[in-house]
Design a protein around this ligand. Structure first.
Ligand code: ZN
Length: 238
């Protein structure tokens, strides 16, 4: 599959982040897909406009998004391209603070805000053990440090809640949620703060790989055309 990876790339030169992700957050995510033989294209906030062209985004099977403080610098045209690609069947994985990214907010249609607190110990519980994204994951696993994201998480009711996060401070969070928009499958996953090694965790890695396989484009290139519509399905999705 063709995987587009966006990481805004703002934190990656900070020593604390570099120590954990020497090739950047995008480098770590890219590894997860290249080691399984998938084609990967990477963009940062500096390059996203020129790299994520209409043609490239249209041809993607999966888009994986990590952003934090530079969401506003992603051009609306790029966010619209990504949204349209997902409606046309491309998979979308929003990681950690991508809950406030332009593409994710467009796809959800809600504010996507949440409760926040600094780092704490997190236990992630599987709440949909038969879901393809949960395969190979034990009933729960622990992350020694993660950023606390808590409820209320302002998202539409997910299709499925595959994982729930519990924090030592007592908070709960819908940490792994699936959605369907148009022909596209979406997975939001909460771990992945830049100063913690969550993306190196074997179960987090497995979950992202599983999510890629589950979400990637499976729809035929030609989507059904409604005979009553005067416009093409593509323009109707805009
Ligand atoms: Zn964070």
């Amino acid at each position: 599959m063709k995987v587009l990876i966006y990481n805004e790339g703002f934190h990656d030169s900070e020593p604390a982040v570099k120590a954990i992700y020497p090739n950047g957050i995008h480098g770590r995510i890219a590894e997860m897909f290249t080691e399984d033989g998938h084609e990967v294209v990477i963009a940062t906030v500096e390059t996203v406009e020129e790299v994520f062209t209409e043609e490239l985004v249209k041809s993607a099977d999966l888009i994986c998004w990590w952003g934090h403080v530079k969401h506003h610098l992603v051009p609306d045209a790029v966010a619209e391209r990504v949204q349209n690609a997902v409606l046309g069947g491309c998979g979308f994985i929003a990681l950690h603070s991508a809950h406030l990214s332009k593409p994710f907010k467009r796809l959800m249609g809600t504010a996507c805000t949440l409760r926040w607190r600094d780092d704490d110990r997190e236990r992630i519980w599987v709440t949909a053990p038969s879901h393809p994204i949960a395969q190979g994951i034990p009933e729960s696993f622990e992350l020694e440090s993660e950023e606390m994201y808590g409820e209320y998480f302002d998202i539409p009711t997910p299709d499925e809640i595959v994982f729930m996060g519990w924090f030592a401070g007592g908070e709960l969070f819908r940490s792994g949620c699936t959605f369907t928009r148009g022909l596209g499958k979406i997975f939001y996953f909460q771990p992945g703060h830049e100063t913690f090694p969550s993306l190196n965790n074997e179960y987090v890695t497995r979950i992202i790989k599983n999510a890629g396989a589950w979400a990637c484009k499976k729809a035929p290139a030609d989507t059904p055309i409604c005979i009553h519509a005067s416009e093409s399905p593509e323009s109707l999705r805009k």
